[in-house]
Ligand binder design. Structure first.
Ligand SMILES: Nc1nc2c(ncn2[C@@H]2O[C@H](COP(=O)(O)OP(=O)(O)OP(=O)(O)O)[C@@H](O)[C@H]2O)c(=O)[nH]1
Ligand SMILES: [Mg+2]
Length: 383
């Protein structure tokens, strides 16, 4: 590499000088656990402690680093991580990432640190987790470290109203398109080989929704379509700061589904000939368990569904095939007390029609297309 190129790479670093200096002090590491955060002071201490226990117990011989990549939280998230005691052998890097706000930007910083430290294993876990155990570090890290996998997705038991974007779109779409049955393609907790972390760090996509909540579906789809060996790890129950599907996931829906639809276009050649789906190997065998339910405003979901249909009927009629539109029209209730159903085959046809409109429509904005799909999603989730 020419000198000018080297300095160009350096000046383009997204890391703060303090972090670059800290990395220089560490030199090289074998395993890194990255924790993205934004206002997570109540949960992140337990996540950091548990991760350090897992690293000590399962990877005692490896040089380990924990990275907290924070979105400039105004609460005490960073201070809480700083105060959390961890074994002296493990290095702790705490930084506010640079770039647009979002979980993906937090990952960008984590991947760049993983790249510079030349790690073999890069794990990422969410900072709002309440059910993380030291075993999670083993379950995520071991397939990469010992069994040569390139990417590990989580497999856990969640309450039926937790992970609604996963259940209604990300999971079925990924399985159907790319033929790989991965139950939690956007679960949040993953492991990557050092080489995949390097590849991710150097992609020029950080100005898009991938820098936000598009990051998970992007990583999983990239890992599939770029031919990395993937497995799922069975990790028991996932409990975290859950969101109400009716009120808290609007922007997230657009970021995840917009990214998935963009990737459908990019990787058309990968899904065109796929006829069957096969379950991706599952590592570990946590016993099935039933997570605690939480309150969901089903009435609110149905109201958003009907309101969304009424406000967007004209747009919807441009997106859906006439037969599908007619089926959706029948879903409008005659009486409020009627049992509400939204058959899965109509939902599936609607999703594909939206994917086509998103990528090919000449006169509709992408946000309009995502908006009508979101209205239908509220109905499908309530059904
Ligand atoms: N640094 C940073 N981290 C973020 C940002 N948004 C979310 N995160 C982190 O990303 C992780 C996942 O975010 P959550 O809000 O828990 O989303 P989720 O659990 O995937 O989504 P739900 O299943 O709908 O609850 C958490 O660790 C958050 O702290 C952000 O803007 N900046
Ligand atoms: Mg969460």
């Amino acid at each position: 590499m020419k000198k000018s190129e080297t300095s160009m790479t350096k000046s383009k670093s997204i890391l703060h000088q303090q972090v670059i200096d800290q990395i220089a002090g560490i030199g090289q590491a074998d395993i890194l656990v990255g924790i993205p955060s934004f206002r997570n002071e109540t949960t992140i201490v337990n996540v950091v402690k548990t991760v350090s226990e897992g690293l000590t117990k399962y990877f005692p011989k490896l040089k380990a680093v924990i990275v907290n990549s924070d979105g400039g939280s105004e609460d005490n998230t960073q201070q809480a991580v700083r105060r959390t005691p961890i074994p002296r052998e493990i290095d702790k890097i705490i930084t506010a990432y640079q770039g647009q706000s979002g979980k993906g930007s937090a990952f960008h910083t984590i991947f760049e640190i993983a790249d510079r430290l030349n790690v073999r294993v890069c794990i990422v876990v969410d900072s709002d987790l309440r059910s993380i155990t030291p075993e999670w570090v083993h379950l995520l890290g071991d397939p990469i470290y010992k069994h040569n996998y390139g990417f590990v997705t989580p497999h856990y038991f969640r309450y039926k109203y937790d992970g609604t974007i996963t259940n209604s779109i990300a999971y079925p779409l990924t399985s159907a398109l790319y033929g790989q049955v991965i139950r939690q393609p956007i679960g949040g907790d993953f492991a990557l080989s050092g080489s995949l972390a390097k590849i991710f760090a150097h992609q020029d996509i950080w100005q898009t929704d991938i820098a936000k909540f598009g990051i998970d579906i992007w990583m999983t789809t990239m890992a599939i379509c770029e031919g990395f060996r993937i497995c799922q790890s069975s990790m028991g129950i996932k409990l975290h700061d859950q969101k109400d599907p009716g009120s808290d996931i609007g922007p997230m829906f657009n970021e995840v589904i917009g990214t998935a639809f963009e990737l459908m276009k990019k990787y058309e050649i990968n899904w065109h000939e796929v006829k069957n789906s096969n379950t991706v190997e599952i590592f570990g065998d946590s016993a099935p368990c039933e997570p605690e339910p939480f309150a969901v405003n089903l009435g609110g979901l149905l109201d958003s569904f009907h309101e969304g249909l009424d406000n967007n009927w004209e747009v919807l009629s441009q997106i859906l095939a006439p037969e599908t539109l007619a089926e959706i029209a029948k879903l409008k209730p005659v009486n409020k007390e009627d049992v509400f159903e939204f058959p899965v085959d109509i939902w599936a046809r609607a999703v594909y029609d939206h994917a086509v409109a998103f990528n090919l429509s000449q006169n509709l904005e992408k946000t309009q297309v995502l908006g009508t799909l979101q209205a239908l999603f509220f109905g499908r989730t309530a059904a």
